[in-house]
Structure formats: structure tokens, C-alpha cells
Design a protein around this ligand. Structure first.
Ligand code: HEC
Length: 153
């Protein structure tokens, strides 16, 4: 009898822990704040890794540490997708998910390219990231009410 009671108590504790809204993920920042503080700066670190002027690459990564930081920023951009998919942040269950996933996939591709120190591949992945930004903005930002800065149009 006693061992049964203990088992029951453990099951109840586990179930209430899972269902408890205090431990569930609740968004804190607005989408605008996530864009400004995270999505924009980390994506620009990735874009800046592959820039050419008159056929000469400028400001590209040189040291192992430089590459490591590009990879880390790309990974963080992908991670930001998880924030955009958190409950009430989602504008819908369809396009918002697809658009976010496209950004995450492109960011993961950039991370792999940075891990391989492949500038061309970082550039290609960067173009896909940019497409994901603009695609979502075109679908979800009303141009009459919000004027996003760089990367938005
Ligand atoms: C899943 C959709 C989605 C994706 C993907 C997305 N954005 Fe956004 N972004 C938004 C929405 C929605 C807003 C408008 C937020 C608001 O002002 O309420 C916004 C706003 C912005 C803003 C303006 C913030 C401000 O000051 O109002 C910037 C800058 C921005 N995004 C950059 C980016 C960049 C760079 C990327 C790609 C790396 C990106 N976004 C990808 C949905 C997205």
C-alpha cells in the first residue's frame, strides 16, 4: 500500500509540473524587440562575413575566432526562430511557421558554412536568410503602419 501511494504521488507531481503554466514558456519581449536586439544584429554579423567591393572582399573573417563568432551568430539567428515560434508571438499557425522555419534553415546553413570556413557558402546562405526576412515582412508587416529599417525591404 505504501509503495503504491508513493508512486501515485510521484506521478501527480510530474503531471502537475508539466501542466503548470509557471514553468511553460511565456514570451516576454515583443516581436519588434526581438527583431531589433537579436534578429537584426546577429543576421548582420553573418551578412558582413561575405561582402565584396569591386571584387575585393572587405571585412571578412580572418582568424579561427572570427569564424567561430560567425558560426555562433548564425546559430543564434536560428535559435531566435524558436522565440518567434513561442505561443502568442505567432501571428498564425501557417505562414508564420513556414517563414520562421525558412529563416532557421538558412541560418543553420550559414552556421555549417562558417564551420567549414567557406565564404561562398556563407554568402549563399546569407542570401537565403535575407529572402526569409523580406518574405516574412512582406506577408506580415503593414507598410502603412510600420517602417522596418535595413533588411526589411
Ligand atoms: C517570421 C516572420 C519574420 C521574420 C522571419 C523576420 N521578421 Fe523582422 N519583423 C517581423 C515583424 C512582424 C515585424 C514588425 C514588428 C512590429 O513592429 O510589431 C518585423 C520588424 C523588423 C524590424 C523593425 C523593427 C522595428 O524597429 O520596428 C527589423 C529591423 C527586422 N524586422 C529585421 C529582420 C531581419 C534582418 C530578418 C531576417 C534575418 C527578419 N527581420 C526576419 C517579422 C519577421
Amino acid at each position: 500500500m505504501r509503495s503504491r501511494f508513493v508512486l501515485g504521488a510521484v506521478v501527480v507531481a510530474f503531471a502537475s509540473g508539466v501542466g503548470c503554466s509557471k514553468t511553460a514558456l511565456t514570451p516576454i519581449a515583443t516581436v519588434e524587440q526581438i527583431m531589433e536586439t537579436t534578429v537584426e544584429p546577429v543576421s548582420f554579423k553573418v551578412f558582413d562575413a561575405a561582402v565584396w567591393e569591386n571584387g575585393v572582399q572587405i571585412g571578412g573573417p580572418e582568424t579561427d575566432e572570427d569564424w567561430k563568432m560567425i558560426e555562433a551568430n548564425a546559430v543564434m539567428l536560428a535559435e531566435t526562430g524558436n522565440l518567434l515560434l513561442m505561443g502568442s508571438q505567432m501571428k498564425d499557425q501557417t505562414g508564420w511557421v513556414t517563414r520562421t522555419q525558412a529563416m532557421m534553415d538558412a541560418a543553420n546553413e550559414a552556421a555549417k558554412a562558417a564551420a567549414a570556413k567557406n565564404t561562398d557558402a556563407v554568402f549563399k546562405a546569407g542570401a537565403k536568410i535575407y529572402e526569409a526576412c523580406t518574405g516574412c515582412h512582406q506577408q506580415y508587416i503593414n507598410p502603412l503602419t510600420v517602417q522596418p529599417r535595413a533588411g526589411a525591404n
